[in-house]
Design a protein around this ligand. Sequence first.
Ligand SMILES: Nc1ncnc2c1ncn2[C@@H]1O[C@H](COP(=O)(O)OP(=O)(O)O)[C@@H](O)[C@H]1O
Ligand SMILES: O=P(O)(O)OC[C@H](O)CO
Length: 485
Amino acid sequence: MSYIAAIDQGTTSSRCIVFDAAGSIVSVAQREHRQIFPRPGWVEHDAAEIWAAVQEVVAEAVGDLEITAVGITNQRETTLVWDRATGEPAANAIVWQDTRTDEQLRRFDAAFGEKAFHERTGLPLAPYFAGSKLAWLLDNGLRARAERGELLFGTMDSWLIWKLTGKHLTDVTNASRTLLMSLKTLDWDPEILAAVDIPAIMLPEIRSSAEVYGEVTSGPLAGVPLASALGDQQAALFGQTCFAPGEAKCTYGTGSFLLLNTGTTPVRSQHGLLTTVGYRIGDEPAVYALEGSIAVTGSLIQWLRDNLGLISSAAEVEELARTVPDNGGCYLVPAFSGLFAPHWRADARGVLVGLTGFVNKGHLARAALEATGWQTREVIDAMNADGRTPLAALRVDGGMTQNTLLMQFLADVLRVPVIRPTVAETTCLGAAYAAGLAVGFWPGTDALRANWRQDASWQPAWPAAEVDRELGQWRKAVQRTLDWA
Ligand SMILES: Nc1ncnc2c1ncn2[C@@H]1O[C@H](COP(=O)(O)OP(=O)(O)O)[C@@H](O)[C@H]1O
Ligand SMILES: O=P(O)(O)OC[C@H](O)CO
């Protein structure tokens, strides 16, 4: 029997999962890595620690299973520069949540203009994306070495591809998160690179999401073709088999990311959504997506656990929230990294409003979960305002979807059924599917669709008038976050 392996290099942990031809999980291994917070608003990762964790999880999950191909999926935007000769990171990676790059973004705006960036790349000028993080690293000591060709840039997919195969590549979904790639040519935009002073010599070659990039050179996967790479949210879209325009999924992990397949033409949002590449299979045309990115959802639950000590595990938040019937009038807007979609306000910071002597920790737990529901609602409202056909249902996945109170709240506030598949690990599954397609392990996307199974669903039940009243309160709370940082 042979299998497909997927490596998911995420924000808080790295995983390796092995799948069989039915898309069922055969084995799993996972390791956490450190979150480094050198200053408020800064978040870093040690890429050497991540590479060590990846090697460990691969060895543990693969064991002596026969692997036909391996794929990669990864936290997106997190930016790394490493030494071409030694393979050592030149600095810690700057994580997608990091907000240090105001100065670089002002320079980007002056040199090329926010409107032109949006037109070329589909992205707003925000610290979230890799481009200004790379500019910060260059501005802070790495420029001369980079210009001499001694340093390489990559997001975490590139780092792992380079470590596994020795090749300096990225895939088009990851490249579409840099502010440096043209959505039209699917290549680095030379005018942007010149305007913002990024040396092209340090950039990886952009390839499709599903093709053989090379063979793994050492370790338990030695000789196995590395055959896919996709940003984790695009991989989840693929794993949820959202292959048709109009199909959408939302993944609820550290942050939450709703992606809507818009077909082979990029669609520009006028309401704060990103235009991104959904996936590209080999030489086929790229499939685009509209994305609503929410920075803080599951990480707010971790914050209740680690910073406030309100709960001792993420799962406990549901029990605590169920000790009260409602939020007791309080609202928690977790603008820890500013606000992402649809607001894109780097100046926002978190607020807890509506406090009275009545509010207890159960209400806080409920407000924290509700924040995920309302932030999703804002993204769906933006899609509708952009004139997209309203969703008939939302497919969900990720760690937070174990929380049934949250899933019911989502259905209530989105006013559509919420559907969870049997394989909640859709991110890894998507990377495995793409790698399997590239090597002929699966014949085509119809075979993948046939693997998809519903596990559970939730129907809207809350009266619409109450939802509207609560939405009004949430919107007021969001206003209170602005103009802070
Ligand atoms: N039962 C739960 N209720 C609410 N949040 C949860 C629950 N279980 C896990 N989480 C949250 O989900 C996140 C982990 O989900 P996962 O999909 O593994 O995320 P990621 O891939 O971003 O690391 C954590 O932020 C955690 O706080
Ligand atoms: O690693 P995750 O699941 O938190 O995903 C992070 C996203 O890719 C950031 O854009």
